[in-house]
Design a protein around this ligand. Structure first.
Ligand code: ATP
Length: 360
């Protein structure tokens, strides 16, 4: 019978809750993965990412909620679940050690026992080639660098052609330059073989690079699900803005559709009279030097300027027309190093400004 594969999700997570000794670790988490899609679970340490990954892998039972794989129930509350080895998932966890007494090739063929010997070798060699590790087929794990071991762990997990790869902080043990390369390779291979992936990370940049969609979590709950661009440009919660980097926070009261901050008015659709916070990324402040005598409604002065490389970081003191004063951090491209005390005009890039109600 024809099946509507277009509408079929690879993985559906529905209302998962998880407790350790009565303590909640995951609360009512729902999200989907489309076939071939890379989804990142992103959030601070302890927010429940690993727990969720272990539940999907079947290493942890479903206490509450449901998991569906290709439209079929994998596990649900109090119902017998499909055991880990019968789920079409590949695991590459941070600590996923290679078998030290097996060669690289034998490590990769390990999960292919159902295949004939020739097929098994062909499949393993194909993956080693894709990951640039052909020359190491006969090597033993202890002779490989951390990055090379990581690639072999990935090849081993990919060998049985799982429909879904589960990756838990797979790059965290690598140094920065190597990490970029292995991330690149991993994404390339995932896309080439068309495997879906659920990747756990606490690094927002890694998530933005790797993910088709991000599930941002905080304290066991989902805060926002969306593409990297949606989370960065259309955050639905102050936590989403702050998680992606430093922000300036200004407060004010809305009047006639505007909140008056120390760097000027900001349009908002929050109700008049309500107290709001205005979050501005350092790169959302535009800073221009002005002559000290020039009269300006809003003026600021430079407290400190430092060159960081591609950008310059400025600490500013802003004075509003209503006596507000605020300390701000601005980030300008290239070398921009005004003197301490230099008067400046600061304006806001509306696309980098986010207004939220202040919780009362
Ligand atoms: P990290 O990035 O530090 O690995 P995480 O987001 O993956 O964190 P989890 O490891 O899922 O978070 O942990 C979620 C919560 O559950 C934490 O408060 C943690 O202390 C707790 N927890 C995790 N595993 C266990 C366990 N086996 N027994 C008891 N509590 C646990």
């Amino acid at each position: 019978t024809p099946v509507d594969t277009a509408a079929r999700k690879l993985l559906e997570v529905r209302g998962l809750c998880h407790y350790y000794d009565g303590q909640s670790a995951v609360s009512d988490v729902s999200f989907d993965i489309e076939p071939g899609e890379v989804v990142c679970l992103l959030g601070p340490s302890g927010c429940g990412k690993t727990t969720l990954l272990r539940i999907v892998a079947g290493l942890e039972a479903v206490q509450q909620g449901e998991l569906h794989f290709n439209g079929e129930l994998l596990a649900a509350t109090d119902r017998a679940h499909v055991p880990p080895e019968r789920r079409s998932v590949g695991l590459a966890f941070q600590e996923s050690a290679l078998f030290p007494h097996l060669s690289v090739l034998d490590n990769v063929t390990f999960g292919l026992q159902q295949m004939g010997a020739r097929q098994r070798n062909e499949r393993a060699r194909e993956l080693l080639e894709q990951l640039g590790m052909t020359h190491y087929a006969e090597s033993f794990p202890h002779t490989l660098s951390g990055g090379q071991q990581q690639r072999i762990a990935l090849a081993r997990a990919l060998a049985p052609s799982p429909q879904l790869m589960l990756l838990d902080e797979p790059f965290s043990s690598l140094d920065a330059r190597l990490r970029d390369r292995i991330r690149d390779d991993t994404l390339h291979v995932l896309k080439k073989v068309g495997a879906g992936a659920l990747l756990v990370t606490h690094d927002p940049e890694e998530a933005m690079f790797m993910a088709d969609r991000i599930v941002l979590m905080r304290e066991g709950r989902v805060v926002q699900v969306g593409t990297p661009q949606q989370l960065y440009c259309e955050p639905t919660d102050p936590f989403v803005v702050t998680f992606f980097g430093e922000v300036n926070c200004l407060e004010g009261v809305v009047s006639n559709g505007y909140v008056h901050t120390s760097v000027g008015p900001v349009a908002t659709d929050q109700p008049d009279g309500s107290r709001v916070q205005v979050l501005v990324r350092p790169e959302g402040l535009r800073v221009v030097e002005i002559a000290s005598t020039q009269p300006h409604e809003h003026h600021s002065h430079v407290l400190m300027a430092r060159l960081l490389g591609r950008t310059s970081l400025l600490h500013l003191c802003a004075h509003g027309t209503e006596g507000q004063e605020a300390h701000l951090h601005a980030r300008m491209p290239g070398v921009f190093l005004p003197e301490e005390g230099q008067p400046v005009q600061v304006s806001l890039d509306p696309s980098q400004v986010f207004v939220f109600p202040v919780a009362t």
